[in-house]
Ligand binder design. Sequence first.
Ligand SMILES: Cc1cc2nc3c(=O)[nH]c(=O)nc-3n(C[C@H](O)[C@H](O)[C@H](O)COP(=O)(O)O)c2cc1C
Length: 292
Amino acid sequence: MSTPKQIALGLSMRYLGYHAAAWRHPTADPDAASQFRHYKYIAQTAEAAKLDMVFLADGIGLRTKDEPPGALQRSHQTLELEPLTLLSALSAVTEHIGLVATASTTYNEPFHIARKWASLDHLSGGRAGWNIVTSWSEAEAKNFNRDKHMEYDLRYERAAEFVEVVKGLWDSWEPDAPVFDKATGIFFDQSKLHALDHVGKHFKVKGPLTIKRTPQGRPLLVQAGAAEQGLEIAAASADVVYAAPLDLASGQAYYANLKGRLEKHGRTRDSLKIMPGVTLFIGRTGRGAGAV
Ligand SMILES: Cc1cc2nc3c(=O)[nH]c(=O)nc-3n(C[C@H](O)[C@H](O)[C@H](O)COP(=O)(O)O)c2cc1C
């Protein structure tokens, strides 16, 4: 008997939520986005509700502009915690739920990402995921020695190579490489350790990673590409795509486009899940929820 298909659900839990005025709700603690107990409550509630993952979007700079002047000081989307640090802490107070954090391929090195996410996969018992982004704002460029953001094509070329290097580093250790043989003194089987020796246009990375094969084999890869280069990275490597279609027809076209690209990468249509984003407005009545 075939197992019934189940919908996969994630919760994007950045800031105090995505409503601009969320911090002013009478019951809201405006400082919650800097408090661990806030995220702990959300992650544990999502886990109890059987959701598959919590997700942290990220930007590595203050992207909100002061437009019109005076608007910035009213925005709660100015304070947050660093996603991977936060998910590491959450891994200790949850047991089953997936933990997905965003990190930029433009302002990181592949070795750092491979190492940190492999660590989270071990710490969480196989629940880590990396949301691959290239970043998009000038504000971020200015935090990383640049005046301008890297040009689109170059950014995506770098991203594609970045992901291949990270995957290669995650393959450093074959699953049965560690033998821990106290009698012979052999800690690991050296024939099962592989240096990457990558030399490409953007990266030169020897490897190997100093973290053994992770519980999931490798952390899950998540992507949110909409244009050509992003779709290709997703088709080549992503397990999950976070999509933002605005209506059914564009959602269906996106689905067909992306799923149609998998075969040429030697992948089955089921090997990638598309998870569209939904923003919920909750009220006692439709009018109360703003549906007028
Ligand atoms: C649903 C969704 C979520 C995204 N989340 C992030 C994010 O957290 N951080 C970020 O820097 N970019 C994020 N992006 C931007 C994408 O990574 C990408 O840079 C952008 O969509 C432009 O690429 P594209 O031309 O392939 O769409 C997101 C995009 C989408 C559609």
